[in-house]
Design a protein around this ligand. Structure first.
Ligand SMILES: *Cc1c(COP(=O)(O)O)cnc(C)c1O
Length: 450
């Protein structure tokens, strides 16, 4: 018989919730393996903490999303949102499934090009595109989504001296019933600004107006909002056809679909409240098909889904550093991964599991990261079984926005590995070392000790 875990006894008020309506909770769920590979082995081979990406989950999720849209609308094109996770291996999985690239900076633009994506399969969004970036995008025939009038004027100015005709769309912001509105990006629909921008593009004669774009927000839990947005973009398309006899090639609905993560303060788990791809697809396809757009000239539907396509494919594995009681008797646990590498812990209640058999009964526990900073809290309160120093834990659904928003605060970034569809493990990003950091530093001569 395995030795039972020992923890120093303390006297504590009994919390309601130890039993549920079925009696005692039947043990604590654990995650021992990811895609057939043991967590213990992954940590032994690649260190702790370590990010793990499942190639199979990316492909399965992408196929599910694609099927939801292509069964409801005739022409659909996904473009992978680089800022959500721009590790080259992750991008390449999406590209190999047929996804284009959606970028929001010159840096991301160049990354997409280095990943072998041709210019005419890059969608260039964002409020800041330098003149050099715009020139490059125009030369390569990329789709430039204009964010404001100053950018429009810059593009018109560039077009005077360039041979290539810029391919442009405008980003439109609007009231979809989701508040606060993201009206800082793009041109407003309700006050006529969007229509005004379209007219200026049409009379400039130097630009090719190819599409209409919106990105209404992120983690949007109401598919209906997409129906409203698609309807409003469709009405602009109809107006362009009426006034200029001009047909746009695509309507781009941006990203923003929720993932199955649970938001802080949410009453129910994200798994239960997250709409399905089918529900989003229904709302968008219905709005486009029911619009006044000429059925012979239906635009292609572009989607820039980020979070919902990659969150499930990412895990981070770590180890328990210590257990301790807080002054008021509450149990706390310190683990070796902090908010510096798990940016999303600021808004999600991430699911955490032991990676080996743990005790049957959980106790309210605060899980801290290893940083010397008070806000380094991974979970403020979670029912968690006792675990010993050195044992492993698994955090689920961390694929979106962590390996792009992480920072070298106090600890360096760990390795990222990918488990391929055959269960083979590949390092897709090395861990950082002191050399990574100091190679960019310069110390003036008079400050050098040797
Ligand atoms: C961030 C972003 C996306 C992806 O958003 P998700 O919420 O992750 O789906 C798509 N389009 C634009 C313009 C973005 O800024």
């Amino acid at each position: 018989m395995a030795k039972l875990k020992y923890e120093r006894p303390i006297i504590n008020k009994i919390n309601a919730g130890v039993t549920d309506k079925f009696g005692m909770t039947p043990g604590v769920p654990i995650i021992e393996k990811i895609d057939g590979v043991a967590v213990k082995e992954l940590i032994k081979d690649y260190g702790s903490p370590v990010f793990v990406i499942s190639e199979k989950t990316i492909r399965d999720t992408y196929k599910e999303a694609k099927l939801a849209f292509t069964t409801r609308y005739p022409k659909v094109q996904f473009a992978w949102s680089y800022k959500t996770n721009y590790l080259n291996s992750v991008c390449q999985v999406f590209h190999s499934e047929g996804s284009w690239a959606e970028v929001v900076s010159g840096f991301e633009y160049d990354k997409a090009r280095e990943n072998g994506i041709s210019g005419n399969k890059i969608i260039f969004n964002g409020p800041h595109k330098s003149k050099e970036d715009l020139t490059k995008a125009i030369k390569n025939g990329s789709y430039i989504h204009i964010d404001h009038f100053d950018e429009l004027y810059t593009i018109i100015e560039l077009s005077q001296t360039m041979e290539e005709r810029p391919k442009v769309a405008i980003r439109v912001n609007m009231d979809t019933g989701i508040y606060p509105r993201w009206d800082r990006f793009g041109f407003n629909y309700e006050n006529g600004e969007a229509w005004n921008a379209l007219k200026r593009i049409m009379i400039s004669e130097k630009l090719d107006l190819v599409g209409l774009h919106t990105h209404i927000g992120t983690y949007i839990m109401t598919p209906d909002a997409y129906g409203v947005a698609a309807g409003k973009l469709a009405s602009l398309a109809v107006e362009l056809d009426r006034k200029y006899n001009h047909n746009i090639k695509y309507i781009d609905m941006g990203g923003g679909f929720a993932s199955k993560n649970t938001l802080k303060g949410a009453y129910l788990p994200g798994k239960d409240t997250c709409p399905t791809f089918d529900q989003y697809a229904d709302a968008i396809a219905n709005a486009l098909i029911n619009s006044q757009i000429n059925p012979q000239k239906m635009p292609t539907l572009f989607l820039e889904t980020g979070r919902a396509l990659i969150d499930d494919a990412g895990y981070i594995l770590g180890s328990v550093l210590a257990n301790k009681r807080l002054a008021d008797g509450r149990r706390s646990m310190i683990i070796d991964l902090g908010v510096n590498m798990l940016f999303t812990s600021f808004w999600y209640e991430h699911e955490i599991y032991p990676a080996q058999n743990a005790g049957k009964i959980g106790e309210d526990t605060t899980i801290y990261g290893p940083l010397c900073m008070n806000i380094d809290v991974i979970r403020a309160a979670i029912k968690f079984p006792p675990m010993e120093k050195g044992e492993h834990i698994v955090l689920k659904r961390v694929g979106a926005y962590n390996v792009t928003q992480w920072m070298q605060f106090i600890t360096l970034r760990p390795k990222v590995v990918m488990i391929d569809t055959e269960g083979k493990v590949h390092i897709i990003r090395e861990n950082e070392t002191n050399e990574t950091i100091t190679s960019l530093e310069r110390v003036p001569k008079h400050l050098k000790l040797k």
